[in-house]
Design a protein around this ligand. Structure first.
Ligand code: MF3
Ligand code: CO
Ligand code: CO
Length: 328
């Protein structure tokens, strides 16, 4: 039986259900939307003067200094170290994911681990962003701001970590299960992770950028899932986001060829339903328009002569997050 649309909006939780069951609406056909709501923020976490901070720590402006797509050997060396650090920070924060833990507690952990490693948490004050980590729960696509909301059994949460050390950034994220997660969400997370794996397998010199999006879109849509268009992968280095654009869908115009020394992220956001987003009032948090779930994985990649290196692998050579057996 389908609810008449006009009726749904008028029925109150304690009214008899429209279906005639005699039950209260809230006990019968009331959709369990249970959307992620905004909580409260803690004050800005301090960074000691001993940490070498990027320009935006002071200015709040995300800079793009026209950085080259192709990096020098020296920048690459530093990016390998900072990338590995980001992979390790993500693993450590991910290990703390559990029912009852607030996203702010995860931010505090990310902040402290990053500082202890002599690095600056790149998100902090980047274009005015208030925290050191992005925590995107359930229908939140990306840029969720850590707050007082406690994770619940059955949630999925993406943790997006970016570290700045030795003058360069490493950017990586993964989606984690909170307790036991429903089968549809498990499949979403697994397919999203596979999308990133398939995209990485396409990265080698001579390939046009759009092979990346094609691999992702084919796998996602072939699995009945959607691909977010509004947020894309990006060049990265001394700047957090350069203007090198990496769409996660097939864009016929993205014909620039990959060359050795290029460094960029691939970070597909895949949806169970509609791929379009809406922005929360905080001007950061992007959620799906239909409030259905979405997942994401991200790595920072270096194009090599024969393919690519994943710069944001953990020191043990693996990657974090749920949804598939650990590769390798
Ligand atoms: N880490 C995100 C990305 O993958 C960017 C976060 S911007 C922030 O590009 F300001 F929210 F941190
Ligand atoms: Co990124
Ligand atoms: Co990121």
């Amino acid at each position: 039986m389908t609810a008449p649309l006009t009726a749904l909006s008028k029925v109150k939780p304690n009214d008899p259900c429209w279906c005639g069951s005699g039950l209260k609406f809230k006990r019968c056909h009331k959709p369990t939307t249970d959307r992620v709501g905004a909580g409260t923020l803690t004050p800005r976490r301090p960074v000691p003067d001993s940490i070498a901070s990027p320009p935006w720590a002071a200015t709040g402006q995300g800079s793009n200094r026209g950085e080259s797509d192709v990096k020098s050997a020296d920048v690459i060396d530093r990016m390998r170290r900072t990338g590995r650090l980001a992979g390790d920070v993500l693993a450590q924060v991910g290990a703390a994911v559990a029912p009852g833990v607030t996203t702010d507690e995860l931010d505090a952990l990310c902040h402290q681990i990053t500082l202890d490693a002599g690095a600056y948490p790149s998100p902090l004050n980047y274009n005015g962003y208030k925290k050191s980590l992005c925590t995107s729960v359930n229908e939140v696509i990306c840029h969720g701001i850590p707050d007082s909301r406690a994770l619940r059994d059955g949630d999925i949460v993406n943790l997006d970590v970016t570290c700045f050390r030795e003058g360069v950034n490493g950017d990586t994220n993964a989606t984690f299960f909170v307790g036991s997660v429903d089968p549809e969400s498990q499949r979403l997370v697994r397919v999203t992770r596979e999308c990133l794996e398939l995209a990485i397998a396409q990265v080698r010199p001579g390939q046009p950028i759009n092979v990346i999006g094609r691999a992702i879109q084919d796998h996602a849509e072939g699995s009945g899932l959607g691909v977010v268009r509004s947020f894309i992968g990006h060049g990265i280095g001394e700047t957090f986001h350069t203007d090198l654009a990496i769409p996660h869908y097939f864009d016929p115009r993205a014909v620039k060829k990959l060359v050795p020394g290029m460094v960029f992220t691939i970070e597909p956001m895949i949806t169970v339903g509609d791929w379009r987003h809406r922005l929360w009032d905080d001007d950061w948090t992007a959620s799906t328009v239909d409030n259905k779930r979405t997942a994401q994985f991200e790595h920072t990649l270096l194009v090599t002569d024969g393919g690519c290196d994943i710069l944001t692998l953990r020191a043990d050579g693996h990657w974090s997050g749920d949804g598939a057996p650990i590769p390798g």
